[in-house]
Design a protein around this ligand. Structure first.
Ligand code: EPU
Length: 425
């Protein structure tokens, strides 16, 4: 049996010190896809050294691009040729659902895109109906055959009035990237407003796109004939920053989170203050200090600016050791509560009913082997392990590696007793 990696955590350390946040995973993958829209060399900065960036780099290479990812310099340089391939194969899409974000740019550049259907994943079914419906309104023909979405726009895409049933991040990005070089004007109503959407809009603008209403629910796009390559800095990862904020709170620590944007985390930081933490906004981020056992805080996940679903497991971990009981409502991904069974192995008292969870805080958790089921569940389990008595081993650490660059090194620098260990598979 080959060894695979796990994290061994000995609970009980208070985290203190400073930590730097890099660019957002959920932005940089889309920025890499957006680079496809312009022939020539696009350079992205503040790129986290995570596996998903490697997978996206490999996907772009197969489409004909030259891609150099330098994790030391935190850059990705993408050389986009005049003529691109237009097929995203299943072997890559199944490894990273976000590969679907090449659909819009490929259709815009090539008039055709064949992208493997990503299927479900560990946090729910995750449909594509809004991506497809919007592209059809822009004039594309879309079929699903042999596990692939086959989209064509032989006569080119045409601007149209679009609306989304729900402010989907992925659908907003697909339609935006398809619309920027469509003929005429496109309006996307009920668009997502996440900071990552603002980031891609800013990059597209500097590439020459004309976009109004950036950061609002109505995006207005005036199509242009072509775009130019650019250099762009990725927006800081608000979910990584938020994870550090919870880590400081749950361990009764004192952590200064640098290169973060507190304004992208307003509700989450406010919840930590309600739990009893002192949150101070600084020039380049924020500082979170905690001295007493946290109080339980209710959470309702919603599209931005609501509370982010990607911080829900970390807050369940916090509530599991808080004073009192909390009601957590998950409105985005139906299966995101699956990890509470793992948390229960550490002694947490969480009862789920549909998309609600009741978390009754315990005075103590006790270390045990657990398994990460997705990136954020993994982060939640690590946080719980930091306060559980004794040793916790978090298996399937590859999930965590997908979203947290240098996580173990940062945790250790802040004083946590965490080691990466090989375990039999
Ligand atoms: N949905 C549909 N039809 C569609 C599109 C979405 O039914 O056509 C549903 C999904 O099934 C889901 C909900 O709408 O229930 C939200 O989906 P959305 O499209 O907003 O999310 P996404 O683009 O698939 C991104 C992030 C997620 C993050 C969500 C919400 C990336 C690569 N992923 O997913 O990040 O949770 O937005 O903010 O950007 C993570 O980082 O751990 C993660 C899962």
């Amino acid at each position: 049996m080959d060894p695979v990696e796990a994290l061994r955590i000995v609970g009980g350390s208070r985290l203190s010190g400073e930590v730097d946040v890099l660019g957002a995973k959920n932005s940089v993958l889309k920025l890499m896809a957006a680079a496809l829209l312009a022939e020539g060399r696009t350079v992205l900065y503040d790129v986290p050294g995570i596996l998903d960036v490697e997978i996206m780099a490999e996907l772009l290479r197969r489409l004909g691009c030259g891609v150099a990812h330098d994790p030391e310099q935190r850059t990705v340089s993408i050389e986009v040729p005049a003529a691109l391939e237009h097929r995203a194969d299943y072997d890559l899409v199944r490894r990273m659902r976000a590969s679907i974000c090449v659909l819009g740019p490929l259709l815009a550049r090539c008039g055709a895109a064949d992208v493997a259907l990503p299927g479900g994943d560990n946090i729910g079914s995750r449909g594509l109906d809004m991506h497809v419906g919007g592209l059809q309104r822009l004039g594309a023909e879309v079929a699903s055959e042999h596990g692939y979405l086959l989209a064509t726009a032989p006569g080119g895409l045409r601007g149209a009035s679009l609306w989304l049933d729900f402010p989907s991040v992925g659908a907003t990005e697909t339609l935006l990237m398809a619309a920027v070089t469509a003929s005429g004007r496109t309006v996307i109503d009920n668009a997502a407003r996440e900071p990552e959407i603002v980031d891609i809009c800013r990059m597209l603008e500097s590439m020459g796109a004309r976009i109004g209403g950036i950061g609002t629910s109505t995006l207005e796009v005036e199509g242009v004939a072509s775009l130019r390559p650019v250099e762009h800095h990725t927006v800081p990862d608000r979910i990584v920053a938020g994870t550090w904020a919870v880590a400081a709170t749950i361990t009764l620590g004192d952590v200064r989170v640098r290169r973060a944007r507190a304004e992208h985390l307003e509700i989450a930081l406010d919840k930590l203050a309600t739990a009893g933490a002192s949150v101070e906004v600084t020039d380049d981020g924020f500082r979170v200090r905690m001295e007493t056992r946290p109080s339980a805080v209710d959470i309702v996940t919603l599209p931005y600016p609501g509370f982010p679903t990607d911080l829900q497991p970390q807050f369940i971990a916090l509530n599991s050791v808080a004073e009192g009981a909390a009601l957590v409502t998950e409105n985005l991904f139906e299966a995101r509560f699956r990890f509470v069974h793992e948390l229960a192995r550490l002694g947490a008292d969480v009862h789920t009913e549909g998309h609600h969870a009741i978390v009754r805080g315990r005075e103590r958790l006790s270390g045990a082997p657990v398994e990460a089921t997705d990136i954020r569940a993994g982060a939640g389990l690590v946080l719980a392990g930091l306060v559980a008595e004794g040793e916790t081993t978090v298996h399937e650490v590859h999930h965590i590696d997908r979203g947290y660059s240098g996580f173990v090194a940062d945790l250790r620098r802040l004083g946590a007793d965490v080691t990466r260990v090989g375990v039999p598979s």
